[in-house]
Design a protein around this ligand. Sequence first.
Ligand SMILES: NC(=O)c1ccc[n+]([C@@H]2O[C@H](COP(=O)([O-])OP(=O)(O)OC[C@H]3O[C@@H](n4cnc5c(N)ncnc54)[C@H](OP(=O)(O)O)[C@@H]3O)[C@@H](O)[C@H]2O)c1
Length: 330
Amino acid sequence: MEIKKIKWGILSTGWIAHKFARALQAVEGSEIYAVGSRTMESAQKFSVEFNIPKAYGSYDELVSDPDIDVIYIATPHNLHVENTLLALDHNKHVLCEKPLGVNLKEATTLIERAKEKNLFLMEAMWSRFLPNIMKTKELIDSCEIGDVKLLTATFSVLSDNGPEHRHYNIDLCGGSLLDIGIYNIFLSLLLLGEPKKITAMAGLDKQGGDNTCSCTFQYEKDTLAVMHSSLLGGAPVIAEIYGTKAKISLEHFWFCPGNVQLTYRDGSERIFDFKYKSNGYDYEAEEVVSCIRAGKKQSDLWSWDNSLQLVNQLDLIRKECGIVYPQHDL
Ligand SMILES: NC(=O)c1ccc[n+]([C@@H]2O[C@H](COP(=O)([O-])OP(=O)(O)OC[C@H]3O[C@@H](n4cnc5c(N)ncnc54)[C@H](OP(=O)(O)O)[C@@H]3O)[C@@H](O)[C@H]2O)c1
């Protein structure tokens, strides 16, 4: 008997929506059924590019389509709460781009609504599902590198977009922390858990967003995580974890598909290489499809609690640095 395909609706047609749609084409048991945009022109263009049967010129029309099972939200940060509530209230499961909400209050609201509606909801923390990150977690959990003493993670890009762009626009909850620094914080949370102490410092622009942000987390047993994000370029995108027996190095652009290198204290090395069938976003989509089929409301690998812990840490960093989103935090 043929299993019914999970039908996706893609909400918005920007950069990541394109990447995700490309990956979805490689995911078995699912179909990109519809796309919705603020403009019909953009929805139609996107639907032609990915051979999508339905195109809608508004998000309302998209979520009202009774044949869609799950909506992928790919709008700027400030809209995640509004767009996710819209989809849940139309009885759709949701995969929402990171961060799930721009603060703990918003993320909690979304999770509570998913619970009330008995629907699946997950933050699109795609790196969690990549083989290189899964392997790194396995190596840490099995104490292959001994006691972890230091995690370093940096994520820096040179964004030459203007102040209106979502990278910088404070009304869209721009800034490096929520856009890219979130990956560093995700990695430390996944591998080391909750810190005992957080210190942070940021360079703020005229709008009050963080162009650049550095933080240090302290854990038990003299273990530190030192992390940095920036929209001004100048730093590599690396992650390394140092233990008493060995070090793990993730390949450059560590949050993307790549390999993992293990270097022991005697200098010997092991490299874990992985075969990727698409651009990496297929792994999170496969997790969504498998959870929905199993009737689950959240993922075991990236749970509601994980998203809440992550956004809580972002809140603490923002408080320390004085980063405020006036339309959301006050
Ligand atoms: N997982 C990843 O690797 C990754 C990478 C990049 C970004 N992201 C996340 O994905 C989300 C979107 O990022 P992006 O780079 O795709 O952004 P983008 O290229 O600017 O696209 C955002 C889309 O949102 C819609 N939108 C609705 N209201 C808008 C407004 N006021 N201003 C601008 N766009 C608006 C637009 O689509 P329509 O006109 O079609 O409605 C726009 O194309 C963010 O949450 C970001 O953190 C994730």
